[in-house]
Design a protein around this ligand. Structure first.
Ligand SMILES: Nc1nc(=O)c2c([nH]1)NC[C@@H]1CN(c3ccc(C(=O)N[C@@H](CCC(=O)O)C(=O)O)cc3)CN21
Ligand SMILES: CC(C)C(=O)C(=O)O
Ligand SMILES: [Mg+2]
Length: 272
């Protein structure tokens, strides 16, 4: 039985590990605002990720690099306000966890204190091991984000699949083992071969959450606007659209416009 049918208590990081042990897959979606968080929390999502993809989906930037910690705090607080059951994880934005452990810890504390989120997520492996250790030692749960790391787009130049050659695959495996050793509660694996993601998931005890990493991870994550079919531009192979809100919202908008123009809205019942 899934957790949400048993009770409405908050999902914890420990429960995610239990779900892995029980082979219950973990469902994750992003959200950036109160209303959307309320909808997916009520629907029973296990984890809500306040992704720095807000830079793309909420602001219209080309990459995630533009979003600041203050802006992430604004989105995260909105999501926390709309969430009763799901575990809320917030992305630490570009430059806030990058090899200066004291600064990283301060940023992580600020994020937790000013949002009420349950955990943070950081992109990187061995390069940021001291930062991750410092943050975890302060009592802040950390999810590691490995594989395709969008904050490093300027280093790689493409959003192509990662971990394809043996050297990259080996470094990825070592980074996962290191993050587990440091005490991370989970690992997000983005756009890597399904076989490698499965191997990693079988080798570590903490849960893996995949995006474009096949079905062998312990959970799946997608961006809410992508899942709901709100944006037409983003169509990677790994994406499945579960609704066509773009069409629904376009038609509703056009219907509203025509009613206003034709003076069909408001009617008498809608007036005082
Ligand atoms: N709307 C949205 N959805 C996401 O999943 C997402 C964001 N934004 N922004 C932040 C990161 C960036 N992510 C990405 C970006 C590109 C691809 C990708 O596969 N792009 C191309 C291929 C590019 C290449 O091979 O060089 C594609 O096939 O669409 C995947 C994940 C995932 N994240
Ligand atoms: C794509 C997911 C994994 C993410 O990190 C984000 O939404 O920012
Ligand atoms: Mg992110």
């Amino acid at each position: 039985m899934s957790i949400h049918t048993e009770n409405k208590k908050k999902v914890t990081t420990l429960q995610l590990t239990k779900m892995k042990q029980d082979r219950e897959k973990i469902s994750v979606l992003t959200a950036y605002d109160f209303t959307m968080a309320q909808i997916i929390d009520n629907a029973g999502i296990d984890v809500i990720l306040v992704g720095d993809s807000a830079s793309n989906t909420m602001v219209g930037n080309a990459t995630t690099l533009f979003i600041t910690i203050e802006q992430m705090i604004f989105y995260a607080k909105s999501v926390v306000n709309g969430t009763k059951r799901a575990l809320v994880i917030v992305d630490m934005p570009f430059g806030t966890c990058s090899g200066d452990p004291m600064r990283s810890l301060e940023a992580a504390i600020k994020m937790m204190r000013e949002t009420g989120a349950d955990a943070i997520k950081v992109e990187g492996g061995s390069e940021i091991k001291d930062d991750v250790k410092k943050i975890i030692d302060a009592g802040i749960p950390v999810m590691a984000h490995l594989g395709l790391m969008p904050q490093s787009i300027n280093k790689y130049g493409t959003y192509a699949i990662r971990g394809k050659d043996e050297k990259e695959a080996e470094k990825l495996m070592q980074d996962c083992l290191l993050m587990e050793e440091l005490g991370a509660f989970g690992i997000l694996l983005e756009k890597i071969p399904a076989k490698l993601a499965t191997e990693i998931s079988e080798k570590i005890k903490i849960p893996t959450i995949g995006i474009g990493a096949g079905s062998g991870t312990d959970g799946q994550v997608l961006v809410i606007q992508d899942v709901m079919g709100m944006n037409k531009e983003f169509s990677p192979k790994f994406l499945r659209r579960y609704a066509d809100l773009h069409t629904i919202m376009t038609e509703a908008t056009q219907h509203y416009i025509s009613d206003v123009k034709a003076q069909k809205f408001p009617n008498e019942n809608e007036s005082y």
